[in-house]
Write a protein that binds this ligand. Structure first.
Ligand code: SF4
Ligand code: SF4
Length: 215
């Protein structure tokens, strides 16, 4: 039995009338529980979505500064750049990638301006969590993909199509694997829309739903 205080603070979250239990299951919570729930939700928003969003914004600003200074800002802050792209504060093993990556940055920028289809490059929402692999809620293996899920079986089409300098052609691996860049942007989570799959003619993945939230 409710005491009067609890009852007056009760919320019926199902939006259905309480006096007829046959009209759906109602969930009652006290004001305190509701308050705690929101506090928890708000804290999680601050700890997660806010943090991820700020990290992406900081990345975009950093890249703009590098490109606007024709690479100079990247050289001056090399340990940060290598931490972002290679998971290491030691830039020495990665110096050979600096010029190719700078040129790649300009190339991708012009592709974004020129090729409407390529705008999907910016389709990762600012506040989405970092991901190391595709979200299986929205993608599935293509029906005729006969290999394991964790391999692309010698296919390098999506990295090769944009001539990514971070692709190790000899081994068919990504030098940036599991870095901030990989996890926060498209590489780790690829694909998230059917456009991605179509653009790269990916033989491995299919998008599950037409009305995918990222489209
Ligand atoms: S997965 Fe690696 S090699 Fe492929 S596009 Fe991304 S960064 Fe480049
Ligand atoms: S196009 Fe598809 S199968 Fe080929 S490397 Fe990219 S993700 Fe793998």
């Amino acid at each position: 039995m409710h005491n009067s205080k609890q009852f007056s603070n009760s919320l019926n979250l199902s939006g259905k009338r309480r006096d007829n239990p046959s009209k759906g299951v109602s969930i009652s919570i006290t004001f305190n529980e509701f308050y705690k729930m929101n506090l928890k939700h708000f804290t999680s928003l601050f700890q997660n979505e806010f943090k991820w969003g700020m990290a992406r914004i900081a990345f975009y600003i950093y890249i703009v500064l590098i490109m606007a200074s024709f690479g100079l800002f990247g050289f001056l802050t090399a340990p940060i750049a290598t931490r972002i792209f290679f998971n290491s504060y030691d830039p020495r093993p990665y110096l050979k990638y600096f010029i190719p990556m700078l040129l790649q940055g300009y190339k991708l920028f012009f592709m974004l301006l020129k090729d409407r289809k390529y705008k999907f490059m910016l389709s990762v929402p600012l506040t989405d969590p970092p991901l190391k692999s595709p979200d299986r809620n929205i993608v599935k293996l293509a029906g005729n993909w006969v290999h394991e899920e964790n391999t692309c079986y010698q296919c390098i089409r999506c990295c090769d199509k944009i001539k990514c300098p971070l692709l190790n052609l000899k081994e068919g691996t990504c030098v940036s694997y599991n870095s901030f860049y990989w996890n926060y942007f498209l590489c780790g989570r690829y694909p998230i829309t059917q456009q991605h799959v179509d653009y790269y003619e990916c033989p491995k993945w299919e998008i599950k739903y037409e009305n995918n939230p990222y489209n």
